[in-house]
Design a protein around this ligand. Structure first.
Ligand code: ADP
Ligand code: MG
Length: 223
């Protein structure tokens, strides 16, 4: 379902020799499969996840989602935006909610580019927030919620477009163990349809719950 093919990423700073952060990374993820990506700080985990989600471009290599290429061929930029908006949900360590929007509006945000009817989308946003246990906090701003609650909003937002894949970058990294475990439980259980998940994590417990663990070291995956 998700194919990551020979991704190389180099950063070039003027006057310096390029830094090769990813040195030929390939893996694939089946529908509904959960994969953990581990590795020390600076190993390139965030870089890899951003490329897999089309937020960043590789130096070479490609990512295919349901057979559609994110980076290669005619119209790749448009295809990439469409795939990002319709098939991929993101969750970040620091939530990345819009501070001036209430939580319903935050969850609605990814659907604003689509053709979804607004009333139906609002109903879905509220339903997702109820599902993650925030049904009684709909008018709240992110700042009025705890970290764990904000991450639940981010999870609802990631689910809004009914994604085929969720990409999570250290989703429990800012949370205490108990709150982190609650988020993971939701992430693993709210699957309405089978959703593939690629999760960067430092938590052994989170990695253990995944079907597979990929370790990034020296720009490559080691097994
Ligand atoms: N925009 C950038 N320009 C130059 N180097 C970068 C940039 N972004 C990340 N890096 C470097 O790439 C390496 C991997 O970073 P990152 O993917 O954030 O690692 P991780 O998420 O595993 O901690 C680091 O050495 C980092 O300094
Ligand atoms: Mg990182």
């Amino acid at each position: 379902m998700l194919e990551v093919a020979d991704i190389v990423k180099e950063y070039r700073l003027p006057g310096q020799k390029p830094i090769r952060v990813l040195d030929g990374v390939s893996f694939s993820v089946a529908a509904g499969e959960h994969v953990a990506v581990v590795g020390r700080s600076g190993a390139g985990k965030t870089t890899l996840l951003n490329i897999v989600g089309g937020l960043d471009k590789p130096t070479s290599g490609d990512v295919r989602l349901g057979g559609e290429s994110l980076f290669c061929g005619f119209g790749a930029a448009r295809r990439r935006s469409r795939l990002r908006a319709t098939k991929i949900g993101f969750i970040f360590q620091s939530y990345h909610l819009m501070p001036e929007l209430d939580i319903v509006e935050n969850v609605l945000l990814p659907s604003m580019t689509g053709r979804a009817r607004v009333p139906a989308a609002r109903a879905r946003a509220k339903e997702l927030l109820a599902k993650v246990g925030l049904g009684d906090r709909l008018r709240h701003l992110p700042a009025e919620l705890s970290g764990g609650e904000q991450q639940r909003v981010a999870l609802a937002r990631a689910l809004m477009c009914r994604p085929e894949v969720i990409l999570a970058d250290e989703p429990t990294g800012n949370l205490d163990a108990l709150t982190g475990a609650e988020i993971l439980k939701l992430l693993f259980e709210v699957n309405e349809t089978p959703i593939a998940c690629v999760m960067v994590t430092h938590s052994a417990e989170a990695a253990a719950r995944c079907d597979r663990v990929l370790k990034l070291d020296g720009g490559r995956l080691i097994t």
